[in-house]
Design a protein around this ligand. Structure first.
Ligand code: CTP
Ligand code: CA
Length: 228
């Protein structure tokens, strides 16, 4: 029983969560990545486990301890994360794509360390698009309830609604990543939760709060929406 909420709402559920950044190799010693700390995804895993769920965390490289009772699969690249997600998608009840997946990877990572070349002023990298993990999970015939995140610096609701619809998600957690002290790397976050319901567009504002509290609210809403 969860000591903070007294709830066991997710007992018997399998929840799969992607978290953290991905790393896309350029050569054996270098990579492309982003500033994701993994804190929000790990907070979601902790919250789901506290509600009694079986939780699998598909994690990119982060400096965080595995939450107690959570099964963790470590991956590096978007393609590794994609493969793990596809393997688990058909057997879970709730899938949450919280990872900051690198949108692009090097088309052909160098086999040996790239050398600075004399007389050349720059280096051009050719990038190709990575698979969209959360959209592919949502497109499966045996899809679980699918929650995505949207990190935006402007027009938060419009961009997030577009992602909700385009990716075929059930719910989206929209973050304004330009807000000071919130989001990337921070311990606090705020969000706009969006979903589609019978009346059209549903939504709820979750004010700035510790990621642990925000994670509990997201898990609770996802369980409620899934039942609805
Ligand atoms: N996502 C994913 N696989 C990708 C890219 C994104 O699963 N290759 C997921 C993220 O985990 C998140 C959601 O899609 O749940 C939205 O990610 P975001 O980067 O905001 O959206 P993109 O579709 O990549 O659009 P853009 O970066 O251009 O805003
Ligand atoms: Ca992206």
């Amino acid at each position: 029983l969860d000591p903070t909420t007294g709830s066991h709402a997710a007992a018997g559920f399998h929840v799969v969560i992607t978290a953290g950044p991905t790393r896309e190799p350029l050569d054996p010693v270098r990579y492309l990545s982003n500033h994701s700390s993994g804190k929000m995804g790990y907070a979601l895993a902790t919250a789901a486990a506290a509600q009694g769920a079986r939780v699998t965390l598909i994690s990119g490289p982060v400096a965080l301890a595995t939450p107690p009772g959570v099964e963790r699969l470590d991956v590096e690249t978007a393609r590794e994360m994609h493969e793990a997600a596809q393997r688990l998608a058909g057997e879970c009840d709730l899938f949450i794509g919280c990872a900051a997946v690198a949108d692009y990877r090097a088309e052909s990572p160098a086999e040996h360390k790239l050398k600075k070349r004399d007389g050349e002023t720059g280096l051009t990298l050719r990038l190709i698009e990575n698979p969209d993990i959360v959209a592919e999970v949502a497109a499966r015939p045996d899809r679980p309830f699918v929650v995505g995140f949207a990190a935006e610096t402007r027009d938060l609701e419009a961009y997030a609604r577009d992602k909700l619809n385009r990716k075929g998600l059930d719910m989206i957690v929209a973050n304004d990543v330009s807000a000071a002290g919130l989001g990337f790397g921070a311990d606090d976050n705020a969000a706009l939760l969006l979903w589609r319901d019978a009346d059209g567009d549903g939504g709820e504002v979750l004010p700035p709060q510790p990621k642990s509290a925000l994670a509990r609210a997201v898990i609770e809403r996802a369980l409620e929406r899934r039942r609805a």
